[in-house]
Design a protein around this ligand. Structure first.
Ligand SMILES: [Mg+2]
Length: 290
C-alpha cells in the first residue's frame, strides 16, 4: 500500500504510481469522496478540472437507483459539479448489465421501484408486468422503492414464494439523510421479502458487486488496469475495485480513518488524505517522476 503522506525522500513502493501512469479513466464514489451531505470538499472541483487537463475520463458512481439520470445530474449540478449522462453510472444500470450478462432470458419483470427505475428498465428493453397474479414475470427486481405500497410488496413476495428468481439493485439497508427520518433502502425491503418467503435474492447489483465497474469497462472499452476506483468505504468501493482488477484508491474524507485503512483486507492500492493529494500523485505519475 502506498501512503501518500510519506515524504518524497522516504523509500516508497513505486508500483502504484506506475499503475497511476496508465490510468485513463477514474470511477468516483460520491458521498464521502466528492462531498459530504450538501458540502462539496474544497479539493473536488480542482481535482475534476485536473482530470480534464490530463485527459483522464471520469464516471460518477451511485448505488441509488431511484432517481432518473437527469435528476441525479441536476443534484450534482446544484453542488457545482457538472456532469454528462454518459459520465453517470448507477446501480440501476448495473442491474440491467447484470441481467443482460448472466440472465439474458429474462425479459418481463415485476418491479418494486420508482418511475425513474422503471424508465431505465423500459429503455433497456424490459417489459414491466402488472400487479396481477395472472401476469407472471420472468423475474422480480427490487429497488430503493420510494413509492412502495404494501400491495406491491405482497405481490413481489407472492412471485418469490412461487420460485420466480429475484434480484436487488443495491444492498444498502438505509440511505443517508440529514432529514428527521430513516430512509428504508433496498436492502431492508429485501430483508422483509426474505423474512416473508425464506428466500434470498439470486444476485444483488450495485456496490460492492464488480458488475458496477465491469459496466464502466464495457461502456468505454477499457482494460481493468486503465481504471481507478476512488472511494471512502473499504467494504464497498475498495472491495469492488480489487475484485475487478481496477486500481483501488481510498480517500480518507469519508467513512474510513487512517488506522483502519492500514490494516484493511482487501487493502487499497493507494491511500490519500484528500483528492488534492491524489491529484499531485497523478501529476507526478503522468510526468514520469516515479
Ligand atoms: Mg462514499
Amino acid at each position: 500500500m502506498l501512503q501518500s503522506q510519506r515524504s518524497e525522500s522516504e523509500s516508497v513502493d513505486s508500483v502504484p504510481l506506475q499503475r497511476l501512469r496508465g490510468i485513463g479513466h477514474i470511477a468516483l464514489d460520491l458521498d464521502g469522496t466528492l462531498y459530504r451531505g450538501q458540502t462539496v470538499f474544497r479539493e473536488t472541483i480542482p481535482f475534476l478540472a485536473l482530470l480534464d487537463r490530463l485527459g483522464i475520463g471520469r464516471t460518477f458512481l451511485t448505488n441509488n437507483p431511484s432517481k432518473r439520470p437527469e435528476e441525479q445530474l441536476e443534484h450534482l449540478r446544484q453542488l457545482g459539479i457538472e456532469a454528462r449522462e454518459d459520465e453517470l453510472y448507477t446501480s440501476a444500470y448495473a442491474t440491467v448489465e447484470l441481467l443482460r450478462e448472466r440472465f439474458p432470458m429474462i425479459r418481463r419483470i415485476f418491479l418494486l421501484g420508482t418511475p425513474g427505475l422503471a424508465e431505465t428498465f423500459a429503455r433497456a428493453g424490459f417489459e414491466m408486468t402488472a400487479e396481477d397474479a395472472a401476469d407472471q414475470p420472468d423475474a422480480v427486481v427490487v429497488g430503493f422503492d420510494l413509492t412502495l405500497t404494501h400491495q406491491r410488496l405482497c405481490r413481489a413476495a407472492w412471485w418469490i414464494d412461487k420460485g420466480i428468481p429475484w434480484f436487488a439493485t443495491n444492498p444498502d439497508l438505509v440511505c443517508p439523510t440529514d432529514q428527521p427520518t430513516v430512509l428504508v433502502d433496498c436492502g431492508a425491503i429485501c430483508a422483509a421479502l426474505t423474512a416473508a418467503t425464506g428466500r434470498s435474492p439470486l444476485a444483488v447489483a450495485g456496490k460492492p458487486d464488480p458488475a458496477m465497474l465491469r459496466g464502466i469497462l464495457h461502456r468505454h472499452g477499457l482494460e481493468p488496469r486503465q481504471l481507478a476506483m476512488i472511494g471512502d468505504r473499504l467494504y464497498t468501493d475498495i472491495a469492488m475495485a480489487r475484485a475487478t482488477g481496477a486500481l483501488a484508491v481510498l480517500v480518507l474524507t469519508g467513512e474510513t480513518k487512517a488506522d483502519r485503512a492500514a490494516s484493511a483486507e482487501p487493502a487499497p492500492d493507494i491511500v490519500v488524505s484528500t483528492l488534492g493529494e491524489l491529484g499531485s500523485l497523478l501529476v507526478r505519475a503522468k510526468q514520469g517522476h516515479c
